[in-house]
Design a protein around this ligand. Structure first.
Ligand code: IMP
Length: 177
């Protein structure tokens, strides 16, 4: 069976990615990497991949994602992880009171096999009026993808993978692999 190292400490990401790679044995590396302050997810992934390439055996895959809310000028975007840890979903809902709720979730995957290959996936949608659902992780209870009435947190992994930013990026990666 083909082996691939997935660099993440996030079990939710592992489940979603493993569901799309049923014939691959994923080895999880949860040691992390420095997430630099940058304007774009691609820069975070490039720096992370370069740093990891000196420390772990290729091939490996890493995922950096963010939630970009239009009426907040793309915030929290590259600051998503900090914002989730500090104000969380409730804080995001407060910031959006009286504002338009369109948002895009993005994932940038970096696949390193001696050189770096970048795959980007995006999912347009909107921020729910209140949190709903118990599955998934992070901003899933407040994100409703276009084409569905459910939040990601009301979906199984398989359903989320029909819509999500991560699954779009994964499809591009799988096609090129
Ligand atoms: P990370 O830097 O890629 O780990 O993600 C930044 C923040 O966005 C973290 O707080 C994650 O929990 C959150 N996040 C990343 N991907 C998703 C997702 O697919 N659904 C909901 N939240 C996510």
């Amino acid at each position: 069976m083909y082996k691939l190292t997935l660099v993440t400490g996030n079990k939710g990401k592992v489940k979603e990615i493993q569901a799309m790679l049923p014939d691959v044995s994923l080895e999880i590396c949860d040691s992390g990497y420095p997430e630099i302050q940058a304007d774009r997810l691609e820069e975070v992934v490039s720096f992370g991949a370069e740093w990891l390439s000196k420390r772990i055996e290729p091939p490996f895959l890493l995922d950096d994602s963010g939630l970009f809310i239009e009426s907040l000028g793309g915030f929290p975007g590259v600051y998503s992880s900090y914002v989730f840890r500090t104000i969380g979903n409730v804080g995001i809902l407060k910031l959006l009171e009286g504002k338009a709720r369109n948002a895009t979730f993005s994932t940038v995957l970096g696949y390193y096999d001696g050189s770096l290959h970048i795959f980007k996936g995006e999912c347009n949608g909107k921020i729910a009026e209140s949190p709903r659902g118990t599955q998934g992780f992070g901003f899933d209870p407040v994100f409703i993808p276009e084409g569905s009435e459910k939040t990601f947190a009301e979906m199984t992994v398989e359903e989320k993978n029909r819509y999500s930013h991560r699954s779009m990026a994964m499809r591009k990666f799988i096609e090129s692999w």
